[in-house]
Design a protein around this ligand. Structure first.
Ligand code: AMP
Ligand code: FE
Ligand code: FE
Ligand code: ZN
Length: 281
């Protein structure tokens, strides 16, 4: 079984439509794929509709969070997408992305980059608009050679000249809301220090005590020693240890299935969820 539990479609900052994503997942030889768009569930219907036979779809989302001034991402799986309180909070976070992205465009223009809000909206389409879309606009305008090159302090990296904060979840509140909606949480790429400061092991222990289900251990942003440290921490805290590609289509180099989750870990995750079931046709 090949299981990839972290991917993005163009419902957030990936470049595949949800239908393309599930077709590409089947072509990549995956048995299970999770759709985890940033703060959004709007890709579910199309992904289910286009689901190839033999591929199982796990519905999910990746929630933007911060704690102690540090940005972090929380994967949420198999929750009820219509749970009222969670839906309300998710909508507030997703909607605030428009204000924030428009403010980022203004910052870029003030810094001499000739991009426009219309352009960023065209690039983002119906997706939850974010820094990768602003980065793509900077590439189009010839300001930087690649999306990666826009993620520096000069432009949109955490604390960069054109970075603007957005509304985000408190991760403890995220764990509580996802649980209330019958879902399971997994702390995404907790050791991805390239992206900015990372949270302490103590915070992970506190999240575990609050109901966190797992940590993403095998991720391209983690080197070998980081993976070993996180695997040990997960074992100590009784957390599931997942592995996933964090595929973003053409916006990032990583391919579907480049990192995977063990079948028994996947089964334990599904067993904890009551809000939704994996979809197979
Ligand atoms: P946002 O949610 O709008 O703040 O954008 C965060 C997204 O930017 C992440 O989900 C990644 O897709 C992308 N990202 C973050 N850091 C980097 C980086 N150093 N290089 C390339 N992409 C990044
Ligand atoms: Fe992303
Ligand atoms: Fe993430
Ligand atoms: Zn992600």
């Amino acid at each position: 079984m090949r299981i990839d539990l972290h991917t993005h479609s163009n419902a957030s900052d990936g470049t595949d439509s949800p239908a393309e994503l599930v077709r590409n997942a089947a072509a990549a030889g995956l048995d299970v794929v999770a759709l985890t768009d940033h703060d959004s569930v709007t890709g579910y219907a199309e992904a289910v509709q286009a689901l190839p036979s033999g591929l199982t779809l796990v519905t999910g989302a990746e929630l933007s969070c911060h704690v102690e001034g540090i940005s972090m991402h929380m994967l949420a799986y198999l929750f009820d997408p219509e749970h009222p309180e969670f839906t309300r909070e998710r909508d507030l976070v997703r909607t605030d992305r428009f204000r924030r992205a428009e403010a980022m465009v203004e910052r870029c223009r003030a810094l001499g980059a000739p991009i426009t809000w219309d352009q960023v909206q065209r690039i983002a389409g119906d997706g939850a608009v974010g820094r990768p879309h602003v980065a793509s606009a900077l590439v189009e305008a010839g300001v930087v050679p690649s999306v990666d090159a826009a993620f520096t302090k000069d432009w949109v990296a955490n604390g960069g000249r054109a970075d603007v904060r957005k509304r985000e979840f408190d991760p403890f509140e995220a764990v509580r809301l996802v649980r209330a909606a019958g879902g399971v949480t997994v702390f995404a790429h907790p050791g991805a220090h390239k992206r900015g400061r990372t949270v302490s092991d103590q915070v992970i222990a506190d999240l575990a005590a609050a109901g966190l289900g797992g940590v993403e251990v095998d991720h391209a942003d983690h080197d070998g020693p980081t993976r070993e440290r996180l695997r040990g921490l997960a074992a100590d805290l009784g957390l599931l240890a997942t592995g996933s590609s964090d595929y973003h289509g053409d916006r990032k180099a990583i391919r579907l299935g480049a990192e995977t989750t063990a079948p028994e870990v996947y089964q334990a995750l599904v067993a904890q969820a009551t809000g939704a079931e994996p979809v197979t046709v």
